[in-house]
Design a binder for this molecule. Structure first.
Ligand code: TRP
Length: 334
């Protein structure tokens, strides 16, 4: 591994049908990071098991997310892109870290409270210890930085607490990860209700743009996007609809809000919505094309999976071996 570079770790749950929000908020920004960091990106399929999955669909979605990572521009030669469940060190370290994590701190996790309210019939222990597995993901790779959205900040904090606790007992075993502060991803809201985050599970068909939507669908959704009273394309708190569209347009084109305001001066909402729709569909078209090619080329995907799983195993096992030794587990006889 390139010791000159700092290590960056991130991932998404394997059940994500990726939305424009996931793309502009995270994935698009991951693409260029390999220059500066040694990057690891997991398809977090063990985390997805905290919710009951239909096996055949689950398997398909996880592979599809893997292909989407690559289609969106992550390079499997330059970054390590792999399946969490293929690297048994994750589950092993999670167990050990469970023994260094308190019930009290896990009970305070807001995501646990939210998710257990949502899935009252299946508040399983995995949901409770979800953050410990996430800590294991990050700490196994000695990550220096982790790009996470606001909803995962608390999980990164508990990761740091667990790592510090462990290091205090056993010496410097884990790198203490920091949140990645780089170019901020766009925060994309629902097209139907711009006060709400864009979500894959929105009931309103027009609220969410999916990464694999075709051109007509994308344009249609933007045409129907909710706007505000007034007629000016201007970023303002009392104009959540237009501000969201500007955030999206800026996220895709790299233009600042001032530039966008100038570009659409004297033009109406209709023109602007169409321009955003076009820009988004132009951005997504090559991703969809590449995705289709990848999904048709099983041999290539399999090769990427195998090589990257091996790399992830190699790196994570180094940390796991150290941890096993520190806590006093008996040596493996190989
Ligand atoms: N919990 C994260 C999410 O839902 C996914 C995740 C699992 C993750 N392990 C991680 C993200 C480690 C960053 C680092 O978004």
């Amino acid at each position: 591994m390139d010791k000159e570079k700092k290590i960056l770790y991130s991932g998404m749950q394997a059940t994500n049908t990726l939305t424009l929000g996931n793309y502009l908020g995270a994935l698009k920004n991951w693409v260029s990071l390999y220059n500066e960091y040694e990057c690891f990106y997991g398809v977090m399929d063990l985390h997805s098991l905290t919710v009951r999955q239909v096996p055949a669909e689950f398997r398909k979605n996880a592979r599809s997310l893997y292909a989407l990572y690559i289609a969106a521009g992550l390079d499997p030669e330059k970054s390590c892109i792999y399946f969490q469940s293929h690297v048994s060190a994750h589950a092993e370290l999670a167990w050990i870290l469970n023994c260094f994590t308190y019930m009290g701190e896990l009970s305070r996790m807001t995501q646990f409270k939210d998710k257990s309210a949502k899935h009252e019939d299946n508040v399983n222990a995995g949901l409770f210890t979800y953050p410990v597995l996430m800590a294991a993901d990050i700490l196994l790779y000695q990550a220096d930085v982790v790009p996470v959205g606001v909803d995962q900040k608390q999980h990164l904090e508990i990761t740091r607490d667990i790592a510090e606790r462990f290091n205090n007992i056993y010496g410097d075993v884990f790198t203490i990860p920091e949140p990645y502060i780089g170019k901020k991803g766009a925060k994309v809201m629902s097209l139907a209700d711009p006060e709400k985050k864009m979500s894959k599970s929105d009931e309103n068909q027009n609220a969410t743009v999916f990464l694999l939507d075709d051109k007509d669908t994308v344009i249609r959704k933007f045409k129907r996007a909710v706007t505000d009273s007034g007629a000016e394309v201007k970023y303002a708190e009392d104009k959540p609809g237009i501000s969201n569209l500007m955030e999206i347009y800026g996220g895709v084109t790299g233009k600042s809000f001032e530039e966008i305001e100038r570009e659409f001066e004297g033009k109406g909402y209709g023109d602007f919505k169409l321009a955003v729709g076009e820009a988004v569909s132009d951005e997504l078209a090559p991703i969809r094309k590449r995705y289709d090619e990848l999904m048709a080329d099983s041999a290539y995907i399999d090769k990427c999976i195998k090589e990257n799983d091996d790399k992830a195993r190699y790196v994570s096992n180094k940390t796991l071996r150290k941890v096993r030794k520190k806590v006093g587990l008996t040596e493996l006889i190989l």
